[in-house]
Design a protein around this ligand. Sequence first.
Ligand SMILES: Nc1ncnc2c1ncn2[C@@H]1O[C@H](COP(=O)(O)OP(=O)(O)O)[C@@H](O)[C@H]1O
Ligand SMILES: [Mg+2]
Length: 312
Amino acid sequence: MTNSESNFVRIIREICEEEQISLQSYSFDWIFELQKHGKVRYILGYQFGLNTASVNSICCDKAAASEIMTAHGIPNIEHRLFASPGEQKFVGKTGCWSSLIRFLEEKGTLVVKPNDGTGGDRVFKVSSAYELETAVHTIYERSGYIAASPFYDIENEYRTIMLDGDARLVYVKRRPHLTGDGVSTVAELIVRHLTEQESISTSDVTIPGRADRIPAKGEQILLGWKHNLGLGARAELLEDGPLKKDIETIVAEVARCLGVRFASIDIAETGEGLKVLEINSGVMMENFAGQDAKSREIAKSIYRDAIRLMFE
Ligand SMILES: Nc1ncnc2c1ncn2[C@@H]1O[C@H](COP(=O)(O)OP(=O)(O)O)[C@@H](O)[C@H]1O
Ligand SMILES: [Mg+2]
């Protein structure tokens, strides 16, 4: 699919037409220039210009966002920054191996990822010095900095879309899973799953336990530990209730402390309670909007309000 065929691009075009905003597109629809009543505004990628440049940079920097949230008492999954040798001139050339190894020994299992990554790309779960070394080398090949966190067994991950402090959308990301039929082996279920889901590549699938085991009818087998929709997880709207209230409270705190106006905020449900996992200042609802007509309508109404705010 080209960018121009994406749900996002179609939705932005529809909104501009409906709101009498003239639209000029550049760079394969990755840049939009919007004009109304003599005012000019830009959308670049998924950035709507509602956040200041420094706030955007903090959100894109997992370790910086974590440090600030901790300082403000917002529960979050700690992300510690480690610089590659090439970048250490900016942080004092202290070396980072010994502290990384100590962090691993202290926590048992870590998750390491590019500090500015997205989409679950090069996010590794490591439990030994060898796995850590392999992951870190892979990340440093293309990124100057890694963020390391303790691994949490995340029961559910929630995505919220926040506009001016309000959680306008809260959904739970269901990890890709198989359902046993009482007859097929795990291997047979996986082959069937992969055949049906063209978008998932085999490298994203972790085979749980023995492949020749026959799961019971109705048994659910998780196919990975990451909650990225782009890797096959599905979004389900979260119903009103105490959990949603708690999430909305955290989201409002993030908005207040960081001064962020438009963002998607991911919150993980861990054994230690709800914790913010990451803040994305670019608001991407591509996979969500593509799920069904209702989801598309929700995404469109949020983008419409963001665009209206751009002109206020
Ligand atoms: N510390 C952690 N413990 C457990 N799972 C994690 C941890 N960090 C990331 N994950 C899993 O990996 C996925 C991708 O990590 P994330 O920090 O959101 O990076 P990205 O920006 O690439 O999406 C998350 O959705 C979550 O399922
Ligand atoms: Mg993520």
